[in-house]
Design a protein around this ligand. Structure first.
Ligand code: DAH
Length: 340
């Protein structure tokens, strides 16, 4: 049987010498002749099963070696044929090498994505961990553990989508604080970016938008730490010159609570149409973690204090790029997106 292999190898070598590698169809026919389903090498391989069992391994091995050799020679011939075809085309002059190539359209990142990445970058560098949380929350995480019992009037601040009894599409990212505190021991710092949902729809409010929550818990954390972190953060987002101010406010999960404003990014604080003449723009809420929230998460509020904050990413994008309508950010209109 090994003579058969040898003679096929010799025949192949002879055949290869005479192959016209300038013609792709001839090379292909050549390949089929040896390696096709009914090809000569394939046929030889099939004969393995007709041999006595003890001869099969050695024979199979030899045929497979021949097959690899043939395949390699044919691959080379195909390459030669391709190069020859290109040469022919070029020498006939029917390729205009001065024509511009087909451009590859370049995409760009979404402005909301950019802001989210910037926020994650900034806080990661300050040692904050990132927890994306979950879009669907129970009433406990979205409200009750955040010191907002069922009849609490502050529930009206956020008109919530209920999926089921006690199950909501989260109306803010604050619930991620609770999950985090349940599973981590202080000291810690974390941020929780993510989508939130509210029954709301006008030029500056959308039923779905993005927020980022922040939480720092340690011994001796004060409101001054909160102000410092947020001031540096606003400088990062809106530039060195931007000022912040904190107005007393109310949130059930922080005490004291504040609303943070930045000096108007359009007029620099002079007062303009965009800031309604006040020179300030509202960015988000913040405060010192309410002891009841610590209690709900099993954290010792005597030993630890902390601060929390939350702001909207869509709002930041709108301020930064002077976008008049929040829905533009999610409408996927290429004419809009191409500007970034
Ligand atoms: N969850 C609030 C909202 O959606 C924002 C907020 C305010 C978050 C104060 C906080 C905070 O962590 O301390 O309007």
């Amino acid at each position: 049987m090994s003579e058969k292999i040898e003679s096929l190898k010799a025949a192949f070598a002879e055949d290869l010498k005479n192959l016209d590698t300038s013609a792709a169809d001839k090379v292909d026919a050549f390949r089929v002749k040896y390696l096709g389903k009914k090809g000569l090498v394939t046929d030889l391989l099939k004969q393995t099963s007709t041999l006595p069992v003890e001869e099969r391994p050695a024979f199979g091995k030899m045929v497979n070696e021949l097959k690899a050799f043939v395949a390699e020679c044919i691959d080379k011939a195909i390459e030669t044929a391709k190069a020859a075809a290109l040469d022919k085309k070029l020498s006939e002059g029917n390729v205009d090498v001065t024509l511009p190539g087909d451009g590859i359209p370049a995409g760009s990142t979404h402005p909301l994505y950019d802001i989210r990445e910037e926020i994650i970058d900034f806080f990661s560098q300050m040692g904050f961990e990132v927890d994306f949380g979950r879009d669907i929350e129970t009433d406990w995480y979205n409200f009750e553990a955040l010191n907002t019992p069922p009849d609490h009037p502050s529930r009206d601040m956020q008109d919530t989508f209920y999926l089921d009894e006690g199950v909501v599409l989260r109306s803010h990212t604050s619930g991620t604080q609770i999950h985090y505190m349940e599973t981590h021991k202080p000291p810690f710092r974390m941020i929780a970016p993510g989508h939130v949902f509210r029954v709301d729809n006008d030029a500056t409010h959308a039923p779905m938008f993005q927020q980022c929550e922040g939480l720092v818990v340690d011994e001796n954390i004060s409101f001054a730490d909160l102000k410092g972190v947020l001031q540096v953060f606003m400088n990062k987002l809106f530039g060195e010159g931007v000022k912040t101010r904190f107005r007393p406010s109310f949130f059930p999960f922080t005490e004291p609570s504040a609303e943070m404003d930045v000096s108007c990014v359009f007029c620099g604080g002079e007062g303009c149409r965009r800031c309604k003449g006040t020179g300030w723009m509202e960015i988000g809420g913040c405060g010192s973690v309410d002891p009841n929230v610590f209690k709900n998460c099993g954290i010792d509020g005597e030993k630890y204090t902390g601060f929390a904050f939350g702001f909207g990413l869509d709002r930041i994008a709108m301020l930064r790029h002077a976008i008049p309508e929040i829905n533009l950010l999610t409408s996927n209109d290429e004419r809009f997106l191409k500007q970034f």
